[in-house]
Ligand binder design. Structure first.
Ligand code: FES
Length: 204
């Protein structure tokens, strides 16, 4: 009869140990899982960072625009250019006008320097005229003083002229380029030179 409490005591002790064992095991498991979890998070963060860096390098090293698309380079056959002093020829695909002036060739942006309307060449008046607010520009893109609210000349794209002896290129002012003897002409619509303010010196 005296063995019953001892048995109950052993049983209770065994039950307590049994209860403690999984708790300890849980704590250990949870501790490892937390470390592993943090390790995986760190690894994933590093992988993401490296992927982003690689993506940025590829993005900046690839050309943004393809040849023949606005923002890219347009190759022009010199034989297709307008004669010197004749009306400019529009290239809507590249958003530029080719104007062959007595000083050389210009590639003028088709976007009005006031609020961005598309202007037209008006043969009868021998000038560009913007239908939106009436700004007017000469064939070389010079803003005609007092004719409309545009604050500056038309913007110009960089031209590279290839000749047997080498190449000629638009200068920093965006001045006209001599095309005598040209075998090929390239208009870079990714490189725009701002028109000078109305009333400034000739932009050559
Ligand atoms: S947008 Fe051309 S004059 Fe206003």
């Amino acid at each position: 009869m005296a063995t019953a409490p001892v048995t109950r005591g052993r049983a209770a002790s065994a039950t307590t140990k049994a209860a403690e064992a999984p708790a300890a095991s849980d704590a250990q498991t949870k501790g490892i899982s937390r470390r592993e979890f943090l390790y995986y998070i760190w690894g994933a963060s590093m992988a993401l960072l490296m992927a982003e860096s690689a993506g940025a390098i590829i993005w900046f090293s690839l050309p943004r625009f393809r040849a023949g698309e606005y923002g890219g380079i347009f190759t022009i056959d010199p034989s297709t250019l307008p004669a010197v002093g004749s009306p400019p020829v529009g290239r809507p695909d590249g958003k530029f006008w080719l104007s062959n002036t007595k000083n050389g060739l210009l590639a003028l942006s088709m976007i009005c320097t006031h609020l961005g309307c598309l202007f037209k060449w008006v043969d009868a008046n021998n000038r560009f005229e913007c239908p939106c607010h009436g700004s007017k520009f000469q064939a070389d893109g010079t803003k005609i003083k007092g004719q409309g609210p545009a604050p500056r000349n038309l913007d110009r794209f960089v031209i590279t002229v290839t000749k047997p002896g080498g190449t000629d290129k638009t200068n920093a002012n965006g001045g006209p380029v001599n095309i005598e003897g040209a075998t090929s002409i390239a208009i870079d619509t990714g490189k725009k030179i701002k028109g000078w303010p109305e009333g400034s010196a000739p932009q050559v």
